[in-house]
Write a protein that binds this ligand. Structure first.
Ligand SMILES: Cc1cc2nc3c(=O)[nH]c(=O)nc-3n(C[C@H](O)[C@H](O)[C@H](O)COP(=O)(O)O)c2cc1C
Length: 328
């Protein structure tokens, strides 16, 4: 009888804890629903434009490209671009989308398919920018490759690389070279994201007092916080997702954070991921200290440092993949 009561009390305690944990999540879901309309912020509007552009762009990467595909979608995109540019004068997003439409027009012209309405609207937007041609790095559309081109760089000894990564909790205490951090961010840009929306943001701390302040609030790095050379808080914006895409922000942000960790690893830096699934009150304090806008969801804190010459890492033994992988 006593055991039964104890078990019921345990269940109630667990239920209450779950409610506490899920409260901020439900608040976030409601918030996302509340700001569903794409015009409600610049970020939401630009995410919608990038999504629409990507639909056109990926059409150019298919084995069979349908001649003149997606006309209504492109016309709508051009209208949205016009409104967006009028409100925000954001030339980067305009370039981003127009370069994709340009590639679409070039492809179709090449196979003898013309659309005057798209061409006219495109030209009007293009003239607005007053540029002769797009810089190469901003060009969108399709990139033709041979399998060999991919294999030349992809067939590296990834197993060795990935097995040499460990969560490092033993740093020299030296500063981390800013050029190395920039290089890691540059590599992490290549993280895939839903419709190429790239919802992430990095809040970077390099000043000792700031690093310690944030780590004190997170509490997972108490024993080595003094030696951390740089701290990166990766967040991901709820503004980049719509309606039913509730988990997308976390998913895309998590993938970015992992890629960033691997990039740091490739540069010889040590890194340890630190949990952001922490009590709401402490999360609030971190938000305030880092001046994180409401729509940015904390994904992961990454403590970075110069690896000590000799150190011990946790073995963190892995389960055999057969334990959790099933084939048909
Ligand atoms: C989301 C996440 C949160 C983590 N939080 C902490 C943390 O707060 N403190 C810490 O020392 N390690 C933390 N870790 C590191 C894990 O303990 C470590 O990744 C795991 O044991 C696997 O070991 P490895 O990274 O060396 O392969 C975290 C890892 C992840 C992915």
């Amino acid at each position: 009888m006593v055991t039964k009561i104890k078990n019921i009390l345990k269940e109630i305690k667990y239920w209450l804890a779950t409610r506490r944990v899920f409260k901020p999540y439900f608040r976030y879901v409601l918030k996302q629903l509340g700001s569903h309309h794409r015009n409600s912020s610049r970020q939401k509007y630009s995410a919608s434009i990038i999504m629409q552009s990507h639909v056109i762009e990926k059409g150019l990467s298919l084995k069979e490209i349908r001649p003149g595909y997606g006309v209504p979608k492109i016309l709508k995109l051009l209208d949205d671009l016009s409104t967006y540019y009028k409100i925000y004068q954001d030339a980067e997003v305009l370039y981003f989308s127009l370069s994709i439409i340009q590639a679409y027009l070039d492809y179709n012209r090449g196979i003898g398919v013309e659309n005057e309405e798209i061409q006219a609207k495109f030209q009007r937007m293009w003239d607005l920018l007053g540029k002769e041609d797009l810089p190469a790095e901003l060009r969108g559309g399709g990139v033709h490759l041979r399998r060999e081109d991919i294999w030349k760089d992809s067939r590296i000894d990834y197993q060795r690389f990935v097995m040499a990564r460990h969560s490092i909790r033993n740093f020299t205490g030296e500063r981390v070279d800013k050029a190395l951090l920039d290089k890691a961010f540059e590599m992490a840009e290549y993280t895939p994201s839903a419709c190429n929306r790239q919802p992430w943001h990095n809040f970077v701390f390099t000043k000792k007092e700031n690093i310690i302040k944030v780590l004190d609030l997170q509490t997972g790095a108490r024993q080595f916080k003094e030696d951390v050379g740089a701290l990166i808080l990766v967040t991901s914006s709820a503004n980049c997702f719509f309606g039913h895409e509730f988990n997308q922000s976390y998913l895309n942000g998590g993938m970015y954070a992992m890629n960033l960790m691997l990039a740091l690893h490739s540069l010889g830096l040590g890194a340890v991921p630190l949990n952001m699934g922490i009590a709401e009150e402490r999360l609030k304090q971190i938000r305030e200290f880092c001046k994180i806008p409401d729509a940015e969801l904390p994904i992961l804190l990454i403590a970075v440092g110069v690896i000590s010459e000799e150190l011990t890492v946790a073995a963190s033994r892995r389960f055999d993949f057969r334990r959790y992988t099933t084939f048909d």
